[in-house]
Ligand binder design. Structure first.
Ligand code: FES
Length: 160
C-alpha cells in the first residue's frame, strides 16, 4: 500500500470507520469522505490506499465515488455551485438558471473556472422543492432564485 499518501489522522479515522461498521463496504463512503475532507477530492493513489486499508477493490471504491454526487474524483473549485436538477426546479426554471450560470462562469457542468473559484454541478433534489428553483453555493442553500440573474446567486453565495 502507498500508505504515505494518507496521513496518520486519515488512517486512524478510516480504521475507526472500519470498527464502527459491520462490513468494510459500509465504511467505504466515510473513508473516502475522510480523504476528501483533507484534500478536496479523491485522487487515484489515495483511493487505492483506502481500498487496501478496507480490503476492497479500487474499482468498487471508484464506483462509489463516481456515484455519490458529494464525492469528487477530480479537483474542484474553492466553492461548488450545485443547482437542483429535479422536477420541481425544472418546472420553475432550473434549466434557464443552469444556462445563465454556464454563460456567466464560462464553464460547463463538471468544470472549474480558470481562477479556481467555482465548480458547476447539477445535483438531485436539494430538498427545498417548495422554494424552487434552488441551488447550493458551498454549504449555503439559496432559494427562490431568479434564473436570469446569476450574479445575485454568486453574491448571495459569497457569504460563507
Ligand atoms: S426539485 Fe429542486 S429542491 Fe426538490
Amino acid at each position: 500500500m502507498n500508505a504515505t499518501l494518507l496521513s496518520s489522522d486519515e488512517i486512524t479515522a478510516i480504521r475507526k470507520a472500519l470498527d464502527t461498521y459491520l462490513w468494510p463496504e459500509a465504511a467505504a463512503v466515510d473513508a473516502l469522505y475522510t480523504v476528501q475532507l483533507r484534500h478536496g477530492w479523491i485522487d487515484d493513489g489515495r483511493l487505492e490506499a483506502v481500498a487496501e486499508l478496507l480490503d476492497l477493490s479500487p474499482a468498487y471504491l471508484d464506483s462509489l465515488a463516481t456515484f455519490y454526487p458529494l464525492l469528487h474524483r477530480k479537483p474542484v473549485g474553492r466553492k461548488i455551485i450545485r443547482y437542483c436538477d429535479s422536477v420541481s426546479c425544472w418546472l420553475m426554471g432550473s434549466e434557464a438558471l443552469a444556462a445563465s450560470l454556464r454563460k456567466r462562469l464560462g464553464i460547463e457542468e463538471g468544470e472549474t473556472t480558470p481562477d479556481g473559484a467555482y465548480t458547476l454541478l447539477p445535483h438531485p433534489c436539494l430538498g427545498a422543492c417548495h422554494q424552487a428553483p434552488v441551488a447550493m453555493v458551498g454549504d449555503r442553500l439559496l432559494t427562490g432564485l431568479d434564473p436570469a440573474d446569476p450574479d445575485a446567486l454568486l453574491e448571495e453565495g459569497d457569504g460563507d
